[in-house]
Design a protein around this ligand. Structure first.
Ligand code: FE2
Ligand code: FE2
Length: 253
């Protein structure tokens, strides 16, 4: 990998997109939305970490150019995902874990450059794996709205393009194996928990997840469906519950 390209895409997400833009599938949509919510803060961390590598460590002109383009690519992603996340807020999907992440970022900011680079290497490893999946498995974005497919495919291509830059900068700055592995374990746990919890929050705000399972009885919406709440007819559960036959509602475990 020698040259990185900082691409500008002609997508204006301020015009809005569908509530279930990913093929009408709430679960796939809310997982991708949860990832988008984490990107602006995460990408700012990556940018700051590689920018803080001392000039003297970047003696290789190729690596110096790649670091500059890495910053350009991540800054463009950040800009696009800020717009994306504003639309999610308009849809009633707030980033509920934002304060937790900001607090964590304030602690990370106080770490030395090698530690911040090691965290960046770990998270860049995950973004590269996700990017590879998004491009390799068409079912991940099957039926997605064209503009959303463009955003995710564009981001995926650039993540794969620059996946080794933070690692190369880390090595050039004198970073070692043990530090990188320790931060990798830590960052993996945090990333997995954050992405999972935010997906759950999104699904709950979207009306697809509930605290306890409750039998809805037969839905009176005309679909004739019965089942546990949230699964019966696609209508919000309280509506469905009110419409069900009296006496048919019991709380499950
Ligand atoms: Fe990115
Ligand atoms: Fe990246």
């Amino acid at each position: 990998m020698l040259d990185l390209t900082v691409r500008k895409i002609d997508v204006d997400l301020s015009q809005g997109f569908g509530r279930h833009w990913n093929g009408g599938d709430a679960y796939r949509t809310q997982l991708f939305n949860a990832l988008s919510m984490t990107f602006p803060l995460g990408e700012q961390l990556f940018i700051d970490a590689v920018r803080d590598v001392p000039e003297a460590c970047l003696r290789d002109p190729v690596l110096r150019a790649q670091v500059k383009d890495f910053v350009g690519q991540e800054a463009t992603h950040r800009h696009q995902h800020v717009q994306y996340n504003r639309e999610l807020e308009r849809q009633g999907l707030p980033y509920t874990r934002e304060e937790k992440l900001k607090k964590r970022m304030r602690r990370v900011d106080k770490l030395g450059v090698l530690n911040r680079l090691a965290i960046t290497c770990a998270l860049e490893h995950y973004t590269a794996m996700l990017a590879d999946g998004a491009l390799r498995y068409p079912e991940w974005l099957q039926g997605a709205e064209p503009q959303m497919r463009t955003v995710w495919s564009w981001h995926a291509v650039e993540e794969l393009e620059h996946k080794g830059v933070a690692f190369d900068a880390y090595v050039a700055a004198g970073g070692g194996y043990r530090r990188r592995v320790l931060w990798y374990l830590h960052a993996s746990a945090i990333f997995a928990i954050d992405a999972f919890m935010q997906t759950l929050h999104n699904l709950r705000n979207d009306g697809h997840l509930f605290k306890a399972r409750t039998w809805t009885g037969r839905c009176a919406s005309g679909s004739g469906a019965t089942g546990w709440r949230g699964t019966s007819c696609g209508r919000r559960w309280p509506t469905c519950r009110r419409a069900s036959t009296p006496g048919s509602t019991t709380t499950g475990t």
